[in-house]
Design a protein around this ligand. Structure first.
Ligand code: HAM
Length: 426
């Protein structure tokens, strides 16, 4: 029997990993510019963290968690998202005591959700996320949103749509909740059993239901926008003003509720408008979670963040036909004609690498012609052929593959010559 990767998982093979590395590099660089520092939390956590942090009534907690008992009979869960873990760590490590609030953090790593796999929806996927904890300044909301947009811009995506909404503060939400219950209660029997539970526990979740999406009461449901109190509206206005000051375009969608319980005030999603995308067009999602730090045992520390999967980012690049990941191609392939010249080739390859130039050679006993083909396949920018004549004269021709141009030089000069060319290019 052949064993395959589990459903909803996949291997990143060498021809794809360069793209991942380039994306991650751009992310790391942007986070440095914006001064978000990396945090690495465990892949699994106590199940209770997600029940309390993400919320008991969410799809994630109810249907999608990979939960297991370890040998010590603790209930553990593979993290379905990063925010709960980061907030746990913020509380546990007393990061709220650091003088520079907000604490600005980012993470990149695998998350796990038992979902029905399809294009852009995996059971193991990699999220890049940021969390800014310890500030309720609308400017930080705008900064977080702009960082998300900047990641997509940096990789070359253009067809993006930023959708924002305000979920208001507790007072606004309580008023809206009441209105929702009044609206749905008389006909709740026509809704799925999940929605019936949601009516009691978290009626806002009903608007997010995939089963009852078409029910006529959905379209006429009271909108949160009509229940925002003055303070919440003022906060939302300021976030919008900051976004506009950066010339970031956005659409306000009062129906954007997001699928996790911890949100209030600002909520946002970034969608791809690229042609050919399947049903799932959301590239990133995030929002404010004032109160979550307190819920997990810390002092009042309002937070905001977002997460995006690298898988969906790569899918969007494919749809927009943007090529990335060419930066780690081979610079020099050294061809040897026999066993004696191979020894020299081996030394040349090592010397190039010590000088910071990527170099490779044949390790499969190929003839010269086949080595040339191999160099071509590997995308080598330059080729050096070492034969008996070259060994005797101490000189080789450095051939540039793109132009066919050859330049003769001593073995010792190859690295210096290439480094000079590189510095001229830069
Ligand atoms: P989320 O909306 O559940 O939010 O996920 C954020 C992003 O993760 C999605 O927009 C999508 O790019 C990606 N994603 C989610 N599920 C999958 C999947 N099954 N396969 C591939 N990609 C997926 C959160 O996770 C929040 N923690 C975001 C956040 C951070 N809010 C505040 N801070």
């Amino acid at each position: 029997m052949n064993i395959q990767a589990p459903r909803g998982t996949y291997d990143v093979l060498p021809d794809q990993s360069a793209k991942w590395q380039e994306v991650e590099q751009k992310i790391n660089n942007l986070c440095r510019l914006y001064q978000y520092k990396e945090i690495r939390t465990p892949i699994f956590e106590h199940t209770e963290l997600f029940q309390r942090g993400v919320g008991d009534t969410t799809d994630i907690v109810q249907k999608e968690m990979y939960t297991f008992q370890d040998r010590g009979e603790r209930s553990l869960t593979l993290r379905p998202e990063g925010t709960a873990s980061v907030v746990r760590s913020y509380v546990e490590n007393k990061l709220f005591g650091m003088p520079d609030q907000p604490v600005k953090l980012f993470y990149t790593g695998p998350m796990f959700r038992y979902e029905r796999p399809q294009a852009g929806r995996m059971r193991q996927f990699v999220q890049f996320g940021v969390e800014a904890i310890g500030s309720k300044d609308p400017a930080i909301d705008a900064e977080v949103i702009s960082l998300a947009m900047e990641v997509y811009r940096a990789v070359g995506l253009k067809q993006l749509r930023l959708v924002i909404n305000s979920l208001g503060d507790t007072e606004s939400r309580v008023a809206h909740k009441k209105a929702l219950v009044t609206h749905f209660e008389p006909s709740i029997n026509e809704f799925c059993s999940d929605c019936q539970t949601r009516l009691e526990k978290n009626p806002l979740r009903i608007l997010d239901c995939k089963v009852d999406r078409q029910h006529p009461l959905m379209a006429t449901a009271p909108s949160l926008a009509d229940y925002l109190n003055e303070e919440s509206q003022a906060y939302f206005d300021e976030v919008q003003a900051y976004l506009s000051s950066m010339d970031i375009e956005f659409v306000v969608d009062p129906n954007l509720v997001r699928g996790l319980d911890y949100y209030n005030h600002t909520a946002f999603e970034i969608m791809s408008d690229a042609e050919g995308f399947g049903a799932i067009t959301t590239l990133a999602g995030g929002g404010r979670y004032n109160g979550l730090v307190e819920d997990l045992g810390g002092p009042e520390s309002p937070g905001i963040g977002f997460a995006m999967s690298i898988e969906r980012l790569l899918l969007a690049l494919e749809m927009e036909k943007v090529e990335i990941g060419q930066s780690n191609n081979l610079e020099v392939y050294v061809v040897a004609t026999d066993e004696t010249t191979k020894k020299k080739a081996f030394a040349v390859v090592r010397d190039l690498r010590l000088n910071g130039i990527s170099a490779d050679m044949d390790f499969a006993g190929r003839k010269v012609k086949a080595q040339m083909k191999s160099a071509d396949r590997k995308g080598a920018a330059f080729v050096v052929v070492i034969g008996e004549t070259e060994l005797e004269s101490g000189k080789v021709a450095l051939k540039e593959m793109a132009t066919g141009e050859q330049q003769e030089m001593a073995f010792e000069e190859i690295a210096a010559s290439l480094l000079k060319k590189k510095s001229l290019e830069e």
